[in-house]
Design a protein around this ligand. Structure first.
Ligand SMILES: [Zn+2]
Length: 155
């Protein structure tokens, strides 16, 4: 109670004098309150990149799990009877290489999924989606499509 401001009045940001709420132009100093119609309309934000990012994230996490499983099962080969030690070592080297590649791809995919959710770094989001294809292909593919169609929303 007791405030001097009337609901139908406001103060001009330019001269500070009281003007009516629906005034387009200040009658005291001429300050124009109409929104300039220059420039393009802001891009409408949709949930598409968020859903796409989550799908890519799921695919990418599976790629990470595959990499971890490969690296983690290297030692287990020793207990399985294989032809000879040299072959086991070669196989273990191949598994380690593939596992590390999968880990790197999976982590880039995770990053891409997060960027997709944040609508940032469009290129990285797509790249992450491509790597995520190795994990959950269908999810990642839908995710890439959703990211691609919402490219305008990205910064
Ligand atoms: Zn004014």
């Amino acid at each position: 109670m007791g405030t001097s401001a009337q609901p139908s009045a406001r103060h001009c940001v330019s001269c500070g004098k009281e003007i009516s709420n629906d005034a387009n132009v200040c009658q005291h100093c001429g300050h124009d309150y109409r929104v300039p119609v220059t420039g393009v309309a802001p891009v409408k934000k949709t949930m598409l990149p968020v859903v796409g990012g989550v799908l890519i994230l799921i695919g990418a996490l599976l790629v990470v799990l595959m990499g971890l499983a490969l690296v983690g099962s290297i030692g287990a080969l020793d207990s399985i009877m294989l032809v000879d030690v040299e072959e086991v070592e070669m196989l273990e080297d191949a598994m380690a290489t593939c596992g590390i590649i999968l880990l790197v791809m999976g982590l880039i995919g995770v990053l891409g999924g997060i960027f997709g959710i944040m609508r940032r770094h469009f290129g990285l989001a797509i790249l992450g989606g491509i790597f995520a294809l190795l994990g959950f292909g269908l999810f990642a593919l839908i995710g890439i499509i959703l990211i691609a169609v919402s490219k305008r929303e990205f910064e």
